[in-house]
Design a protein around this ligand. Structure first.
Ligand code: MG
Length: 456
């Protein structure tokens, strides 16, 4: 049986095995206790959103019960995207938020993600405090007359769309009457994204458009999972295809020929749009393609690199007043909308880029310097990851002077011909390797070297 995975990015488990109603109540009490200590005398308000998984309703009820037991007021947002939940937490001036989602994991899984008042995930120290309350079970429970109440809030989609459109040239995009195919994988993005595209004047072909949580294909928006979408784009002669993950924070793009162009291009094209208008700083994690560095540099800007984890990127963006940021996994962040990855922001930026330049997706992609990026992974129990990282570090420290080693997140080695990164997943017992170079053979060799050293 897979254990309940508790990490600084949240909690993930298999429903009916390690994550059920009882765990949800305990996590609700733990988070409520944390917020009560954080907020002094003020009674905290907490927004709860969930993706479309059938287990979400059960977990939301348990979580709300736990929070109310500690005196928190609960706002149930229902089925909303992760950025939508973060945005409403800020919009309603709540003290915290919870999103119930296992993102791109299969339907058996669900998860709990805790958000600060501004919608960003908690830093490691505060996440650990919540975990300590969960393990200690010393909850700050209220007496009968002082437990919290729960109410429903149905404005999330409308507020989300209005906020995105505030920073979008709606007339320009609408005038182009783009034809777009949208695959929402029956996830939380279904209604809100279709509405956004209509407001942008698009002719929308929507597949997997009901938020049933019954995922029509493996949910991670990668090439092998999106073959159907490419075919639909081709059949309808659409300008672009959009694929979301179940909680709609990530976005992958299909060009007008039906070709999957890779999640790295989502942030690259969004950055291309932003840097056409102004210069400044961007933020991206250490696993994100060098394309964003080239795009920023061509506008006289620069890129701040952070460890993986969107909270690191979001905090760097706020600290350095970045004009764009995100992750190479299709996560685009515009902090003016909400300081978390938001597929709706990505859609709006890419459509504006197409409208302003009058170019197709494939033409825009061709303008960006091309790299070959290879991502792979291998099974590795969490207790062994430190030893594997150590052996890799030891090897490259001895290897040579033209290697730059960054150990802020796993280990990243930058050489003259490319870079490779090895890091442990926060949510699964695996290690991920990624390499990027101008030529594919070089990227392959970088991966093979790491596997050799790690003995896999
Ligand atoms: Mg996601």
């Amino acid at each position: 049986m897979a254990p309940l995975i508790i990490s600084i990015s949240g909690v993930r488990g298999i429903v009916g095995e390690t994550l059920g109603a009882a765990e949800a109540v305990v996590w609700g009490q733990a988070y409520g206790t944390f917020l009560r200590y954080l907020n002094g005398d003020k009674r905290p308000t907490v927004c709860i959103g969930r993706d479309s998984r059938p287990s979400g309703s059960m977990l939301a009820a348990g979580l709300a019960a736990g929070l109310m037991a500690t005196g928190c007021e609960v706002v149930q947002l229902g089925i909303v995207t992760t950025p939508g939940a973060a945005l409403m937490t800020r919009f309603l001036k709540a003290d915290g938020g919870v999103v119930l989602t296992a993102s791109h994991n299969p339907i058996e899984w669900n998860g709990i993600k805790f958000l600060r008042h501004d919608g960003i995930a908690y830093p490691a120290e505060q996440a650990r405090q919540i975990h300590r309350h969960y393990h200690d079970k010393q909850f700050r429970l209220e007496k009968a007359t002082n437990t919290g109440k729960s109410r429903e809030e149905s404005r999330t989609h409308a507020v989300h769309i209005d906020t995105v459109l505030q920073y979008c040239d709606v007339n320009l995009v609408s005038s182009r009457r783009f034809k777009a195919v949208l695959d929402s994988i029956n996830g939380a993005g279904c209604f809100v994204t279709a509405n956004l595209l209509s407001r942008l004047g698009c002719n929308v072909v929507h597949i997997n458009d009901q938020p049933t949580g019954l995922f029509a294909h493996t949910p991670e928006p990668t090439a092998e999972n999106l073959a159907d979408l490419g075919a639909v784009v081709k059949k309808h002669k659409a300008d672009i295809g959009f694929a979301q993950d179940p909680d709609a924070d990530r976005l992958a793009l299909i060009d007008e020929t039906g070709r999957y162009i890779g999640e790295e291009y989502t942030l690259a094209l969004a950055a291309k749009y932003v840097f056409r208008k102004k210069t400044g700083k961007a933020a991206a994690n250490l696993s994100t393609s060098r394309m964003i560095d080239d795009i920023a540099a061509s506008a006289g800007g620069e890129v701040i690199r952070t460890p993986v984890g969107e909270a690191h990127v979001a905090n760097a963006m706020l600290e350095h007043h970045c004009i764009i940021g995100g992750e190479g996994n299709g996560g685009v962040i515009d902090p003016r909308v909400v300081p978390v990855r938001d597929s709706l922001v990505g859609i709006s930026m890419v459509l504006q880029l197409m409208a302003e330049t009058n170019k197709t997706v494939s033409e825009l992609v061709a303008e960006i310097p091309r790299y070959c990026m290879i991502k792979t992974k291998f099974a590795c129990p969490q207790e062994k990851t430190a030893a594997v990282l150590d052996s890799v570090m030891h090897h490259y420290r001895q290897a040579g002077k033209d290697m730059r080693i960054d150990t802020r997140d796993g280990i990243r080695i930058d050489g003259p011909r490319g870079w490779v990164q090895l890091r442990a997943s926060n949510t699964e017992p695996i290690m991920r390797i990624m390499a990027e170079a101008g030529e594919e053979t070089v990227a392959q060799q970088l991966i093979a070297d790491i596997k050799n050293i790690a003995g896999v």
